[in-house]
Design a protein around this ligand. Structure first.
Ligand code: NAP
Length: 252
């Protein structure tokens, strides 16, 4: 049975920014499907928080780099919650930081597979399911990019910056392509945000504090501050906005 609350699917919702988006969406009246790759326990904690806000919530395991997994998690989410009308394309990795010359093929390929191709698989499945001409409800797609796409991340991970450049182009093109299908497509570009990605992906525990002086607002962002921009782009308050990319970066 179709849920009365709008349904949002958030990739990489088990931790960090995705988890914050899931919890804010639940509090704002959405039912929530999160995906995760391996951290089932973390996903369960996010589900519990969403349910405490009165939302129906499910977690679906899947690797966004695999197009078959992407189709399956959409199937599982819709079977549990009803038709999806909002998709947050959030799952992402950086890979261990280094100059490009020292980076392994494996590191670069994994990042492109998850951030660029994965975002495209998720956006393609969202386009198929949300399009009004295909029987969908219309809705929104919010892609999580990064200010790295314009800064370039020299000496850290230029391949990651390039993968987010792909997300920015995807956002601009798909917004135009889906405008007649009742779907708005926008991006949020976080700056330095307090999540595990820095320590886990880059194996660089001191990165956030080292880069803080280069942030005009002189502090690291909270995941909830990114989530506010995402929820704005999902809501009718942004009804005339498509193809936009909002930096949430403390001015960086
Ligand atoms: P995070 O704390 O490391 O969380 C990453 C999430 O993505 C987890 O839920 C993880 O699942 C999931 N994930 C990773 N690889 C996946 C895959 N192949 N398939 C499915 N799920 C996968 O990261 P975050 O900092 O919240 O980052 C979220 C997004 O914001 C990313 O796109 C990132 O590039 C972007 N961003 C972050 C920052 C920042 O400073 N944090 C800045 C700019 C942009 P598991 O829990 O199962 O591992």
């Amino acid at each position: 049975m179709q849920s009365k609350r709008p349904v949002v699917l958030i990739t990489g919702g088990s931790r960090g920014i995705g988890a914050a988006v899931a919890q804010l969406a639940a509090a704002r009246g959405y039912d929530v499907a999160i995906t995760y790759r391996s951290e089932r326990d973390a996903a369960e904690q996010v589900l519990a928080a969403c349910r405490a806000s009165g939302a129906a919530a499910v977690a679906c395991q899947g690797d966004v780099a695999l197009d078959d997994d992407v189709v399956r998690v959409f199937d599982e989410a819709e079977a549990a919650l009803g038709l999806i009308s909002h998709v947050v394309n959030n799952a992402g990795i950086t890979g261990k930081s280094s100059r490009l010359a020292e980076a392994s093929t494996e590191t670069i390929r994994a990042c492109m597979d998850v951030n660029a191709l994965g975002a495209i698989w998720v956006a393609r499945e969202a386009a198929r399911r949300l399009a009004t001409s295909r029987g969908g409800l219309g809705g929104t797609i919010v892609n999580i990019s990064s200010v790295a796409a314009s800064l370039g991340s020299p000496n850290e991970y230029v391949w990651y910056a390039a993968s987010k450049g792909a997300v920015d182009s995807l956002t601009v093109g798909l917004a135009k392509e889906l405008a007649g299908e009742g779907i708005r497509v926008n991006a949020v570009s976080p700056g330095m945000t307090k999540t595990d990605i820095h320590e886990r992906s880059t194996q660089d525990a001191g990165r956030l504090e080292r880069l803080r002086p280069f942030i005009p607002l002189n502090r690291i962002g909270e995941p909830g501050e990114i989530a506010e921009a995402v929820l704005f782009l999902m809501s009718d308050a942004s009804s005339y906005i498509t193809g936009a990319n909002i930096p949430v970066s403390g001015g960086r």
